[in-house]
Design a protein around this ligand. Structure first.
Ligand SMILES: Cc1ncc(COP(=O)(O)O)c(C=O)c1O
Length: 339
């Protein structure tokens, strides 16, 4: 038990109110200095574009308690940059990288007691969001915007941690070829609720989306990116303009190439050629690395390494990534903001 009387061993991925969150408003062309508040309710105009037209985006990143008691924030500059790209797509003002990172640091410091202890496997998940607010009714960009960051302590996203999970290929699309798939915007997730629900009803961890143009190539695994290890030992991950550029995935690409000496490739992963791969996984801030046991496509379950055991390459990638995040291994330059 930690100082907040939380049982760190049973933490999953659920909302709990923490002490303070950060809020900043954009009015008349500028963000204010921002402040911390105890209030976890958002008071906005009923005409807010975020409510009617989905003009909003969000991010997800984590802070980790290290063995020496210090705190590691993992690659917040990448989340700031991705939020700026989401804002471009939805005609919203950028939150500058410096203010974004400062907001995250303030929230971590203010909720330090909620950070799961080193060794518990947990972390503090930060959820920045930026939404269109203010009085409005027409389909246009909002007159004002609100940026906030809150946090929750989390454990494993998919129950079982490094235990393989099975996924099912969805008949739905999460994105259109020139749509908003590459932006982290709520509309994509609203559209994923029904496919995700149907997959879970069939006892799968989530669903796999194919490319919306040809429906022949893997794009995403629920709210995570996909990677596989091919029979030549290469790290392979899909490249497409309609998937979200996962910060975890790009970190794994770097780790595979520069630390594990593997060949890497961003390219096509055809759903009817899964035999070419010996291991597969889902990766993301929340999912970390979730080994994929099997993929159900049409009426066949294709099993990769095993439905019960994580594969050896996936485990090495996981150990290296977590070692960097928890401060046990030296991080590549610029990956960690020390708090
Ligand atoms: C649709 C989708 N794909 C992939 C990811 C993984 O991205 P990241 O590694 O930056 O968390 C996420 C989560 O942010 C997501 O929502």
């Amino acid at each position: 038990m930690g100082s907040k009387n939380i049982d760190w061993t049973t933490l999953g991925f659920s909302y709990i109110k923490t002490d303070l969150r950060y809020v900043s408003h954009w009015r008349e062309g500028a963000w204010d200095a921002g402040t911390l508040t105890e209030d976890n309710q958002v008071h906005i105009s009923e005409g807010s574009t975020a409510l009617h037209y989905g003009q909003q985006c969000f991010e997800g990143l984590k802070a980790y308690r290290c063995q020496d008691g210090s705190i590691n924030l993992f690659r917040p500059d990448q989340n700031a940059a991705r939020m700026q790209r989401s804002c471009d797509r939805l005609l919203m003002p950028h939150m500058p990288t410096e203010q974004f990172i400062d907001a995250c640091v303030q929230v971590v410091r203010a909720n330090e007691d909620f950070i799961p202890p080193y060794g518990s496997g947990g972390s503090l998940y930060l959820r920045p969001y930026l939404i269109g607010v203010g009085d409005n009714i027409g389909v246009r960009s909002a007159p004002e915007f609100l940026f906030s960051v809150f946090c929750i302590p989390v454990g494993a996203y998919f129950k079982g941690g490094l235990t393989p999970t099975n996924f099912v290929v969805s008949g739905y699309d999460r994105a259109a070829p020139n749509g908003t798939g590459a932006a982290k915007v709520g509309g994509n997730y609203a559209a994923s609720l029904l496919p995700g629900y149907e997959a879970k009803q069939q006892n799968f961890g989530d669903c796999i989306y194919l490319d919306p143009e040809t429906h022949t190539k893997i794009e995403e695994v629920g709210a995570a990116n996909f990677f596989a290890i091919d029979r030549a030992g290469r790290f392979v991950t899909p490249k497409s303009p309609s998937i979200l550029a996962s910060i975890t995935k790009y970190s794994l690409l770097h780790i595979a190439e520069h630390r594990l000496g593997m060949a890497v490739e961003e390219g096509d992963v055809y759903i009817d050629r899964l035999d070419e791969y010996s291991e597969a996984g889902a990766c993301g801030t929340a999912a970390v690395i979730t080994p994929i046991g099997g993929i159900q496509y049409n009426d066949t379950l294709h099993v990769f390494h095993s439905e019960t055991e994580v594969g050896p390459v996936t485990r090495r990638l996981y150990d290296e990534l977590c070692g960097i995040q928890y401060g046990d291994l030296e991080a590549p330059e610029g990956w960690i903001v020390k708090i």
